[in-house]
Write a protein that binds this ligand. Structure first.
Ligand SMILES: C[S@@+](CC[C@H](N)C(=O)[O-])C[C@H]1O[C@@H](n2cnc3c(N)ncnc32)[C@H](O)[C@@H]1O
Length: 274
């Protein structure tokens, strides 16, 4: 178990974790996502668990992974001692990493089949942009998190170079046009279809939702894959939508004193321009 997994979090641990070498390794793995998914998703899952551990100890905590996907995250969270439950509308996805479907739920993030306040850590990686009602999913994630519990939500903003997913970078010319171009060149529609399974989502919109929600406290807002010294880009409205690549929001459910390492970010103090 790594140091980041033993529950010793905090700003210093987060800095030690978010190195340039880590960003480079993630980018290299991203380049082989299609040809070597085990490498990419295995690394991403392990990286995510270490990132979460920088805010909250995971041992013994219940983690709900909304849109858990192929199951890679189950092994990584369980290795950190968490009680992991994955939820996805596509249960077939769960077994792609060789995991069984035990402990997994079929459902939508917009109507979670989970009791209110039943979860210590609610997590969602790269799902929000695939949901037509993102704020409904966010509200649901807040509802199921216990007071004092922590939420992690990350997604690729539409204006990111990867915003159009496999249709990128042509989404900069319009989602419909990018979709038609992909179909023409590949003889089939993209998996991520504009306004069907891929929706334009922004950092500004998500921060606005967080700011307007009295049930959550904003702990951190950062470019998920960047080194720690590049996190200031989140302070630049407009520009951040392009350069953040992927956005991570860390929230605490209001209503109780925190019982873990989670505290407001050292850099922004929770104050991030909308
Ligand atoms: C790009 S994958 C992300 C998988 C994994 N979380 C990761 O970070 O690698 C998007 C996932 O979102 C799921 N998804 C799509 N719509 C959803 C919804 N309404 N609620 C929950 N998950 C959804 C898909 O089935 C898919 O597994």
């Amino acid at each position: 178990m790594s140091a980041a997994h033993d529950g010793v979090g905090g700003p210093a641990a987060r800095r030690r974790f978010a190195t340039l070498g880590r960003s480079v390794a993630l980018f290299q793995a991203f380049l082989v996502e299609q040809t070597d998914p085990d490498r990419f998703y295995g690394l991403l899952a392990d990286d995510s668990v270490r990132q979460v551990s920088g805010y909250v100890p995971l041992a013994g905590r219940t983690v709900l992974d909304v849109g858990g996907g192929p199951g890679y995250f189950a092994a990584a969270f369980r290795a950190a001692g968490a009680r992991y439950v994955g939820l996805d509308p596509d249960v077939g996805d769960f077994s792609a990493a060789g995991d069984s479907v035990a402990g997994m739920l079929r459902g939508s993030g917009t109507a979670l089949p989970v009791r209110s306040g039943g979860v210590d850590v609610t997590f969602s990686s790269n799902v929000l942009e695939h949901v037509s009602e993102p704020t409904r999913m966010l509200d649901e994630m807040v509802r199921v998190t216990r007071p004092g519990g922590v939420l992690f939500v990350s997604f690729t903003p539409w204006l990111s170079p990867w915003g159009g997913h496999e249709t990128a970078p042509w989404h900069y010319l319009g989602g419909d046009r990018a979709r038609r171009r992909y179909q023409r060149r590949n003889g089939r529609p993209p998996k991520n279809r504009f306004r069907e399974t891929l929706f334009p989502t922004s950092i500004a919109q998500t921060l606005r939702w967080a700011r307007g929600n009295a049930e959550v406290e904003l702990l951190d807002a950062l470019p998920r894959y960047h080194p720690w010294w590049a996190r200031w880009v989140i302070r630049l409205p407009g520009i951040r939508e392009v350069v953040a690549w992927n956005f991570l929001l860390v929230l605490r459910r209001a209503g109780a004193e925190p019982d873990g390492a989670a505290e407001k970010t050292e850099l922004t103090g929770g104050r991030v321009a909308m």
